[in-house]
Design a protein around this ligand. Structure first.
Ligand code: BYC
Length: 331
């Protein structure tokens, strides 16, 4: 289904001496911490790489609505329903800010949707896992939004102005998302019945490794990290952020009285970090190649939404055209 899998770009990061004068000026601006704005000069590969990352990020937000949307009608209380509804709406908003940021680079939203629907652009692997119980809404908020924040807070300092600014608001909202998820976990794992505790542990068992995979392949296998970090499109490596996530999440699991499903997890006094088991990278490759548990369903839902919305897009275009004609006729 996905045309692109993890593969090497085969390109090395070019040194300042090897760059053209324009590219050197550009790199020096980045090194000084200046923001790059849409009309500024940028190397073609910087533009392409940003469209790839921002576009995939936008798709992740939109596809990310699906596993949670599934639970809105089944939330246990009116308050939980309102919170979940607000979270899912926020994710639509995040997608829109990000599509707008990508559009400033010269790609249209229709083109990005087409690439998503044709499997030429990815979305986060995490959304190809099913949400089986209400406890999964807790685990998704706690772990998935927790991982998203860990990755996105540094992106507020990314070199491309429109992307950095979009991330500021997104991060504020993600923080609410993480807390609503953790609160569900507190209710179920600490204050709930035995059945609810079991459900919370089961959700943690199923979402732990997929959450670790959200940070991308290990640094040795990351195709884009070196260049993206030189351009400050990425501020940290995949492994750095994954480690930070583990270190912050382990005490949270302990507070909940839940066990992280990793026998090798232990504090390392020397590195002052937790040692942990890596996710199954074969599974990661399967999922991003289109063979995860829900890939067909998720992409099918997005394609259907696009097709079902065709009449709305046509009606809006016809209305805009009529309005323009009327304005022209009035002189
Ligand atoms: N899933 O060279 P690498 C969220 C791909 S959700 C799928 O390390 P990069 C949220 C990667 O695209 C989180 N594919 O890549 C929404 C590349 O393939 P292509 C979304 C993945 O870009 C709703 C290949 O593997 N967040 O926010 O340097 C509710 C090689 O990887 C994944 C963002 O998108 C994956 N997990 O690093 C709740 C943040 N990992 O493109 C939460 C912005 C890797 O060459 N993005 N791949 O075909 C990033 O920070 C980076 O793009 C990544 C990957 C860290 C994700």
């Amino acid at each position: 289904m996905y045309a692109q899998q993890v593969k090497s770009t085969g390109k090395k990061v070019v040194s300042l001496e090897e760059m053209s004068p324009a590219d050197r000026d550009f790199q020096e601006r980045i090194n000084r911490g200046e923001k790059i704005e849409p009309k500024d000069y940028m190397p073609a590969a910087y533009r392409t790489n940003l469209i790839r990352q921002i576009g995939q990020h936008a798709h992740s937000e939109i596809v990310g609505q699906l596993p949670e949307g599934n639970w809105i009608t089944r939330a246990p209380t009116l308050e939980r329903k309102a919170n979940l509804l607000a979270k899912v709406q926020d994710e639509a908003g995040h997608g829109l800010y990000l599509y707008c940021a990508a559009e400033t680079l010269g790609v249209t939203r229709d083109e990005m949707f087409e690439m998503l629907h044709e499997g030429k652009m990815k979305y986060s692997s995490i959304f190809n896992y099913p949400t089986l119980t209400w406890a999964d809404m807790g685990a998704v908020g706690w772990l998935v939004d927790g991982a998203a924040i860990m990755n996105q807070v540094p992106l507020q300092r990314t070199s491309y102005g429109p992307y950095a600014r979009a991330m500021v608001r997104i991060c504020k909202e993600e923080s609410f998302h993480q807390r609503q998820g953790y609160h569900i976990m507190i209710k179920m794992a600490k204050e709930g019945t035995e059945d609810q505790k079991r459900m919370a542990q089961d959700a943690l068992n199923r979402f732990w490794y997929p959450a670790l995979m959200m940070f991308g392949p290990s640094d040795n296998d990351s195709v884009h990290s070196a260049q993206s970090m030189a351009w400050k499109i990425k501020m940290n490596t995949n492994d750095e952020l994954r480690q930070k996530f583990v270190d912050e999440t382990v005490p949270q699991a302990a507070y909940l009285g839940l066990t992280i499903p990793d026998e090798n997890l232990q504090w390392n006094a020397e590195t002052e970090q937790y040692d942990y088991s890596e996710p199954d990278w074969n599974e990661f490759h399967d999922v991003i190649s289109g063979n995860g548990p829900c890939n067909t369903e998720r992409l099918g839902a997005r394609r259907k939404a696009w097709d079902d919305g065709a009449w709305v897009r046509e009606a809006m275009m016809a209305h805009a055209e009529k309005k323009a004609q009327r304005k022209a006729a009035l002189g």
